[in-house]
Ligand binder design. Structure first.
Ligand code: SAH
Length: 345
């Protein structure tokens, strides 16, 4: 079976031509799929024989809303989607002044093992397809009735661990005949997988790269993020500097503030040293308390921010959204796993 929605417009056109259809059919099918068609029968401008053939030979899945929670505080909506194979993933719609932003997952689970993160506790189940990433944006928009203008790849999973599919997804969601979301409205967040950063530097996409740094020294970073054993801080910063040189794009560094672990002044000073020569932006994130994690939120966020600023760095504190609906970092999927066990993996 062909996963039609994961194909680029060119691939779709070639496929339809190969079964004797005129080239314009590719664009017709692409447009239907990217508008959220739920069946081939809906595609009313296609001949019935073609619709039947596509239905027999291609997959057309749409994710089901397994759970939906809306924050009373700020309108954040959290979706738990059930995929065709019964796996569940999360997306979160956040309503910022600059536009509605959806945070999407790139994998079912995660194998990176960051010690403070709920998404990785049960490991990785599988990668998401380009279509499954696109569907999160598309069906969040359709279900909520709110137009999505921004995407952050900051949900469950490590995008660099599924980079081929992520790049294909970016091509799809960016396409003028599809959702047409500009690269400058898309952020991709990585825990620091250097080969992925290098590959992105070569491509020179206009998206925003976020690096989940969380500590500027190897000792602390290895303690909280096992990925640091493979990719050390020195090498990570070298890759970031190279990324900036090649793309001219400012990197955003994520820094979740953990009490007594990464919130010391000397670590702010070290950040400044490491960032020399690159206009980075530091996003300080209040740690979300994950029951399974030994770490506690820092009480020094504004002191740490001031220390960074004293070095001329720009640092902002991320606003906490959806705190009444478990809207952070794999917590809804985890809850559903505990409660539903078998049915929602
Ligand atoms: N794997 C990617 C994207 C997913 S995580 C990455 O690591 O960047 C999205 C962001 O949330 C990362 O910066 C991650 O480190 C952070 N995060 C995870 N758990 C958190 C928690 N309990 N509190 C605050 N931030 C957390």
């Amino acid at each position: 079976m062909i996963d039609l929605k994961s194909l680029s417009l060119q691939e779709m056109t070639d496929l339809l031509k190969s079964i004797g259809q005129p080239a314009f059919r590719g664009k017709q099918v692409f447009t239907w799929l990217h508008k959220g068609a739920r069946s081939f029968d809906e595609m009313s401008n296609l001949p019935k024989v073609l619709r039947d053939r596509l239905a027999a030979e291609c997959i057309l899945h749409v994710p089901q809303v397994a759970r939906k929670q809306e924050s009373k505080l700020d309108g954040t909506i959290k979706y738990l989607w059930e995929l065709a194979d019964g796996n569940c993933i999360e997306s979160v719609l956040m309503r910022y002044h600059h536009g509605n932003t959806v945070c999407i997952s790139s994998q079912v689970g995660c194998r990176m093992g960051c010690t403070f993160c709920a998404s990785t506790i049960a490991g990785k189940v599988r990668d998401l397809t380009p279509a499954e990433m696109l569907d999160q944006v598309l069906f969040t928009q359709l279900d909520s009735g709110l137009e999505i203008s921004n995407i952050v790849l900051m949900g469950i999973g490590e995008p660099m661990d599924n980079l081929d599919n992520v790049l294909k997804f970016l091509e799809l969601v960016n396409h003028p005949d599809g959702m047409n979301i500009g690269m400058r409205h898309i952020s991709l967040s990585t825990c620091g997988v250097i080969p992925g950063i290098k590959r992105l530097s070569e491509l020179g996409l206009q998206l925003t790269l976020s690096v989940s740094l969380h500590a500027p020294d190897d000792e602390t970073r290895t303690r909280i993020m096992p990925v640091n054993r493979a990719y050390h801080v020195d090498d990570l910063f070298a890759a970031c500097h190279e990324y900036f040189r090649k793309t001219g794009r400012r990197i955003s560094f994520e820094y979740s503030m953990i009490d007594g672990v990464n919130d010391n002044d000397w670590q702010a000073d070290l950040m400044a040293k490491r960032l020399k020569g690159m206009p980075g932006h530091i996003n300080l994130i209040p740690l979300n308390d994950v029951v399974e994690s030994p770490f506690k939120p820092s009480k020094r966020i504004s002191a740490f921010q001031k220390r960074l600023e004293s070095h001329g760095l720009t640092a902002t504190v991320r606003r906490t959204l959806g705190s009444d609906i478990d809207a952070s970092c794999g917590q809804l999927r985890r809850k559903a796993m505990e409660e539903k066990g078998e049915t929602c993996r």
